[in-house]
Ligand binder design. Structure first.
Ligand code: PMP
Length: 447
């Protein structure tokens, strides 16, 4: 069946996330039928580089034989069995591997299916932890402006993005929001060369003033991804950890996007030598093969949930598919592949090439800023380079560039005035050049 025939059927019954309906209905889009390595193929036989790893999940690309085999094996043995009051080998193996891969001190993994659910669990765990240890007044949260932590209501309270979430404002709880460490448009008017993370003072004030009522601070370490790939210094996270420690505020690191090697190290927190109290993982956990996420906590947090003769401290929270064996088997095999096949080294090698390519793109008149962390490369478009003025949003410039890139063989999506490359970690330097060339040609043909 052709792209056209699929599209005609699709637009009659599918509701597409994060997609304008008029645009979906205006033009035939590819129906992807197959993946192989970093490439996706549509039903007309066109090939595309998966330039954003299918929403940041497919770190090992597509059709990775070891993961496919692990899924097949597990599906033939046990497809699902709850872990409420019971267990199965797949979740035990995954938990052991995950804990040994996590920053020191994180010893217990709680499982769900999506990143948002991992964040919801983190928020509830933080609040209940304080209640468990006799400090029930600590129910507040602090986060960063332009933080993104998912689309469920707790996650939206923590990481509200105006364009996405304003209709739900009435349903959200109050969160203290510190200034975004947005280096290109520095809130303190600094340039990166002279930066002493002065913007941290905004977070500092919140913690100093409100620590007695704060349960936790939640941030995306080193890159506010959904907020427009705002890459910021590791020093910020190190300072945050120290201040949270001083005032006994829990630090929740949302590494749903940046974890699993995206930053060039296994965890973005590693760049700051920081171990958070709670670590949220998702997306790449099973390399994009199956939905699975985790909220990993310290022993201190976990043991506060042990019930006492006087009090039931159970964490009454869970999902039907928490710890699903097939997803767990895929996630465990993903960690083994990272170890056996030097995935981080390959990512670092690809990142070097990406850095060179971003250097070329930075010279274009319409590119105000390029930024990179590990295998994430972002470019921010501006109408006036000197004044750093963005293009008017209604121009939909970034979307036009993505449509052009699609015609030329790469799948990309913009975030506001930012376009980014987030290819699988197994992408070779030659393939990075291929992807960057498509992007450069697309920009030149549109702007
Ligand atoms: N946290 C971060 C940092 C994310 O980038 C995302 C997804 N983009 C989420 C949470 C939510 O994850 P999910 O879409 O799997 O619910």
């Amino acid at each position: 069946m052709s792209n056209q025939s699929y599209w005609l059927r699709d637009v009659r019954s599918v509701w597409h996330p994060y997609s304008r309906i008029r645009e979906i209905e205006a033009e035939v889009f590819p129906t992807i039928v197959r993946g192989d390595g970093i490439y996706l193929y549509d039903s007309d036989g066109n090939r595309y580089i998966d330039g954003i790893s299918s929403w940041w999940a497919c770190n090992l690309g597509h059709g990775y034989p070891r993961i496919v085999e692990a899924i097949r094996r597990q599906a033939g043995e046990l497809q699902h069995s709850m872990i409420g009051g019971a267990s199965h080998p797949a979740i035990i193996e995954l938990s052991e591997l995950l804990i040994s891969a996590c920053p020191t001190g994180l010893t217990r993994a709680f499982f769900a299916s999506d990143g948002s659910s991992a964040v919801e669990a983190a928020i509830k765990i933080a609040v209940q932890y304080w209640r468990n240890i006799g400090r029930p007044e600590r129910t507040g949260f602090a986060s960063l402006e332009a933080g993104y932590h998912g689309d469920t209501l707790g996650a939206v309270s923590a990481g509200m993005i105006e364009t996405f979430h304003s209709p739900y404002r009435a349903l959200l709880f109050e969160v203290h929001r510190a200034k975004s460490p947005y280096c290109y448009r520095c809130p303190e008017g600094k340039e990166p060369a002279g930066c002493l993370t002065e913007c941290f003072s905004s977070m500092e004030t919140i913690i100093e003033e409100h620590h007695a009522e704060l349960a936790a601070v939640i941030v995306e370490p080193l890159n506010q991804a959904g907020g427009g790939m705002r890459v910021y210094p590791a020093e910020y996270v190190a300072k945050l950890k120290a201040l949270c420690g001083k005032h006994e505020v829990l630090l929740i690191a949302d590494e749903i996007a940046m974890g699993y090697g995206r930053s060039g190290r296994m965890w973005a927190c590693d760049h700051a030598s920081v171990a958070p109290d709670i670590l949220c993982l998702g997306k790449g956990m099973a390399a994009g093969y199956l939905p699975i996420s985790a909220t990993v906590v310290t022993d201190e947090i976990y043991s506060s949930f042990i019930d006492t003769p006087e009090e039931d401290r159970t964490f009454y929270h869970g999902h039907t598919f928490s710890g699903n064996p097939i997803a767990a088997a895929a996630a465990a095999e993903t960690l083994r592949v990272y170890e056996d096949e030097q995935i981080l080294d390959r990512a670092v090698c690809a990142a070097r090439e990406m850095s060179a390519q971003l250097g070329y793109l930075a010279a274009l008149d319409c590119v105000g800023d390029t930024r990179q962390i590990g295998l994430v490369g972002a470019i921010e478009f501006v109408e006036d380079k000197a004044a750093r003025t963005p293009y008017p949003p209604e121009k939909r410039l970034e979307r036009s560039i993505c449509m052009e890139a699609r015609r030329r063989g790469a799948l990309l999506r913009p975030i506001g005035s930012v376009l980014y490359l987030w290819p699988p970690l197994i992408t070779s330097p030659e393939q990075i050049r291929e992807l960057a060339a498509i992007l450069a040609d697309s920009i030149k043909s549109v702007v």
